[in-house]
Design a protein around this ligand. Structure first.
Ligand code: MLT
Length: 263
């Protein structure tokens, strides 16, 4: 039987696309792409389609009929001219989405999803859906956690979320059998340190995490463009009970029905 493993990669550049083939790969861009995609689906988006470039996003929206689709995303953290929404989870309300598909392009997150396209399963992971993602991986033996990073640099915001997932997976029955790579061990340690710090300070874990995010590269970027209020939303542990997946054949992210998970 093949080795059971759990590996964390700090950036897409650290793992070849083919190395992800056949595995379950969780993509994390905590601030904010994967948090926002999960929020959009929880708010009733029919599907979320990730794009790498602005012009391909616009062209696809024109093909579908511009008013039939919600265009979202960011460049430099800011909303894109001509798009309906930026990349703040708060914007993705049921009213704003109206049950339509969301086409989204972001600087790092949607690129990381593209990098994972050879995987057997591509799961959209964040802190808002931590427990749902962990539960969806219960039967998996080869698990990769791919962090998007910020502008080609590793970032502690993604790594804390990765550590939370590693910890959650290892706490599950049989989870201790996974062989961890060095990054998975370090990420889990950092997450457990944060949990410990929250307990010692009598603070909620979500508050502790939101404060920790403020000093990460992704968090600083958001604060600089006046979007620091997104941090608590991205730190709200288990606000959503869904584990969205990218269907790489049809290139769309949806929330799988329970029976389609037994693959
Ligand atoms: C990204 O994909 O780089 C992020 O989601 C950035 C952001 O939300 O500003």
């Amino acid at each position: 039987m093949s080795e059971s493993y759990l590996r964390v990669y700090k950036l897409p550049a650290e793992v070849g696309e083919m190395e992800l083939a056949g595995t379950a790969t969780v993509v994390i861009d905590l601030l904010r792409a994967t948090t926002t995609i999960a929020t959009a689906l929880a708010s009733g988006a029919r599907e979320v389609v990730p794009f790498r470039e602005i012009d391909e996003t616009l062209a696809a929206a024109t093909r579908l009929g511009r008013s039939n689709v919600v265009l979202g995303g960011e460049r430099g953290g800011r909303p894109i001219a001509g798009f309906d929404l930026g990349n703040s989870p708060a914007e993705y309300t049921p009213e704003a989405i109206g049950g339509r598909p969301v086409y989204i392009t972001t600087t790092n997150g949607t690129r990381a999803l593209y990098h994972a396209r050879r995987a057997r399963r591509v799961i959209v992971g964040a802190i808002v859906n931590l427990s749902a993602v962990v539960a969806s991986l219960r039967e998996e033996r080869s698990i990769n956690i791919l962090c998007a990073g910020t502008d080609g640099r590793e970032t502690q915001d993604d790594l804390l979320a990765a550590g939370a997932m590693v910890h959650g997976l290892r706490e599950q029955p049989g989870g201790g059998e996974h062989a961890l790579n060095g990054e998975a061990t370090l990420a889990e340690r950092d997450w457990c340190d944060l949990v410990h710090k929250a307990k010692l300070g009598g603070r909620t874990l979500a508050d502790e995490l939101a404060e920790a995010l403020l000093v990460t590269p992704g968090g600083r970027n958001l604060a600089e463009v006046g979007l620091g209020s997104d941090l608590p939303l991205c730190a709200a542990i288990d606000r959503l009970g869904i584990a969205p997946e990218l269907d790489v054949t049809n290139w769309r992210i949806t929330v799988p029905r329970p029976e389609s998970l037994s693959r």
